[in-house]
Design a protein around this ligand. Structure first.
Ligand SMILES: [Zn+2]
Length: 165
């Protein structure tokens, strides 16, 4: 029997119905899909997906892991919920999000890519000011807008997240 799969939105858009059958997905992905690929929602009704929301316990564990690896700041709320679902159901997380892959890799959660090759090594992240070069603390909260990390305390430039070597 195929392993239990948690599917990110890229898989929901790209995969044939047969590949998705029985997969676990998030209630909140319906909203995301309605925005980015509304025609897919109708198709997915035939895919026999299991729409779930993670419980508080697994959400807490997912947050802890994401903060621990320094990936929390780059994750959307859906990303974090998918991670929690994968843990809760002991499933394989199918995602092309490098941060999620990184957390899974470090946390021993099975993962696989949707369409691209996976990471070959484990990354660390840092938030650095492109203006003055000051390193900033990685926020423990998910940013309101994905990729928005605020501005530098010292010079006011918008901050960027960078892969640490
Ligand atoms: Zn600066």
């Amino acid at each position: 029997m195929a392993p239990i799969a948690v599917l990110d939105t890229a898989a929901l858009i790209a995969w044939p119905l047969e590949a998705m059958r029985g997969g676990i997905v998030l209630e909140s992905q319906k909203v995301e899909l309605g925005r980015v690929a509304p025609e897919r929602l109708l198709v997915l009704e035939a895919a026999d997906l299991k729409w779930h929301s993670p419980n508080d316990d697994s959400m807490g564990k997912a947050e802890e892991m994401a903060i621990g690896t320094g990936d929390m700041a780059g994750l959307s709320s859906i990303d974090l919920n998918l991670l929690a679902l994968a843990m809760e159901h002991e499933a394989t997380l199918f995602t092309d999000d490098y941060r999620l892959q990184n957390i899974c890799e470090k946390g021993g959660i099975p993962w696989a890519t949707v369409s691209t090759r996976g990471i070959s090594s484990i990354w660390s992240w840092e938030i650095r000011c492109p203006g003055c070069g000051a390193e900033q603390e990685i926020p423990s909260q998910t940013p309101v807008k994905k990729g928005d990390f605020g501005v530098c305390n010292a010079c006011g430039s918008p901050l960027r997240v960078k892969r640490k070597n």
